[in-house]
Design a protein around this ligand. Sequence first.
Ligand SMILES: Cc1cc2nc3c(=O)[nH]c(=O)nc-3n(C[C@H](O)[C@H](O)[C@H](O)COP(=O)(O)OP(=O)(O)OC[C@H]3O[C@@H](n4cnc5c(N)ncnc54)[C@H](O)[C@@H]3O)c2cc1C
Length: 161
Amino acid sequence: MKTHVLVLGAGFGGLELSTRLSESFGVNLDVTLIDKSDAFVLGYSKLDLMFGHTMLDAVRLPYRNFVKPGVNFRQETITAIDPNSRRVTTNIGTYEADFVVVALGADYDMDATPGLAEANFTPWPVPRGYEICSPHSQGATRSLASAGPPSSARRRPANAP
Ligand SMILES: Cc1cc2nc3c(=O)[nH]c(=O)nc-3n(C[C@H](O)[C@H](O)[C@H](O)COP(=O)(O)OP(=O)(O)OC[C@H]3O[C@@H](n4cnc5c(N)ncnc54)[C@H](O)[C@@H]3O)c2cc1C
């Protein structure tokens, strides 16, 4: 039976690892790559979106276009990880693997900075950032600064180097 590697998250880390595993082992390894999204978007392209230099469809790179030998992509949302049994639960089902790689990125702790949530701060999610800031969007166009944290949250501490 083939070794099964479960890669959680198809961002920079998960995509790079899956590609390298495919290039090294091909179909001799069974890699399952899971992400809640159906497409990869490079962070910097979101700036082009916000300033109206491009359109959303132009920067979305659908995972179905990245076909790598031995790698199966699943669009599912991970809801639980049991590191002891190497069992992963998603909104669709459960997986067990010989190796589980967690590459789920980071979330913002909005409550850690007073005023951040109230200011409707949206770090980088594409659809929301696009709606708020892009001249191509239907809603009112707002500047990056007005979509960001309040000035009190951006101020550097007095003892900062
Ligand atoms: C504009 C911008 C510029 C940047 N510039 C730099 C730079 O110059 N240098 C640098 O080192 N870093 C930079 N970064 C940071 C860099 O993008 C991150 O360090 C990198 O994305 C982290 O990779 P990752 O694989 O850990 O997570 P990510 O790339 O964030 O991928 C995580 C993936 O997990 C998926 N996911 C999350 N939760 C779930 C779930 N519950 N179920 C299913 N899937 C889930 C997400 O959809 C995502 O695809 C930049 C980021 C941005 C936004």
